[in-house]
Design a protein around this ligand. Sequence first.
Ligand SMILES: [Zn+2]
Length: 418
Amino acid sequence: MSDFAADAERIMAWADELAAFTEEPGKLTCTFLTDAHQRTALWLADTMRACGFDEVRRDDIGNVIGRYGADAGMIDPRRVVTGSHYDTVRDAGRYDGRLGILLPMALVARLSAQGRRLPVDLEVVAFAEEEGVRFGSTYLGSSAFVGRFDPALLERADASGVTVREAVQAAGGDPDALARPATAPSPAIAHYFEVHIEQGPVLLDAGQPLGVVTAIAGAERRRLHLAGTASHAGTTPMHLRRDAACAAAEIVLAVEGLCANVPGLVGTVGQLSVPDGAVNVVPGACVLSLDVRAGADDVRDAALARIDAAIDAITAQRNIDCGRQTLLRGPAVPCDVSGQAAWQRALSAVNVPAYALPSGAGHDAVMMSSVTPVSMLFVRCGNGGISHNPREIVDVADVALALAATHAFLLEGAGLGA
Ligand SMILES: [Zn+2]
């Protein structure tokens, strides 16, 4: 793939350049509509223009959108949209989100330099916000793009009391335009695809540079409140205790065991606390979180049923009361079947073995799926698969392969039969 090596080097250099726009010196932190974020948006718009996009605009929420028109012989008015987010978590890696913006930009630069057009209108969107860091709400960019922005969010404030409305206004956007009722995107979006670093170790472990995403996992998040009896750690014999933390410990291991060995299923207890715990008190209460995800809703719900049965058995045996609170329930988003097939053909065109995997993390494609079929290409994550961390890395050779595969995917009309 030496043909794409120079373009891949360019993407790596661009990612380095963008990482210099940060709120925290020495780290990459770029949250929604901060100064670093707006400088990133300006850089993206300028660079898109230099790449040869026909039109570059910034919308009210801060998405930067570049359009590269189709071949003149094309009469299909639909467009294919691709992109990802340019905001980051705190102390982030430089490829999460940005790779999915810079890669199609490099492709357009290449096509434009060759005087070539695609069989479809292509729009590359740099979404302003996906991570939810500043205002605690995710997908602000893609929800606005598809006309599903929640107007109630305009009054939400960040840690220093600045509201979304004020931030949008200060950045030159019109908050009231965001609040207007949704209209269907026009012209219609025929397909959305997203290239993203995997953010996990699956491709690395499989020795596979690229993978086609089958579905974006749905998640259910709960909080469990265990109640036993707080009593004196010295005077309460072991057999007379109602220890909430011991029940929690058994539940943590049950979740691990019940989610093991089912492909695509993961379960995590990420928070565990003994409120008002003390060194000399038997824990009378324990609060724990539960996050269960799978690429298919029936797999996730079956796991939750098994976990519930285990919790019932553990708490009954230990005489502990258990309150359950559902915090979030998001359905899985299956990727378009013909889009997946088109990606697999694109992999084979660049001599990468076929490979499919679910995405355990949410992406802008989730929001885009409300208006169009979606597909995703994952690029192998180095350094053990670490992400949301400055050690996040992609290999330039894998980026070259992703470019070649995306090139093949687009020349074929993104699987639309164009
Ligand atoms: Zn991301």
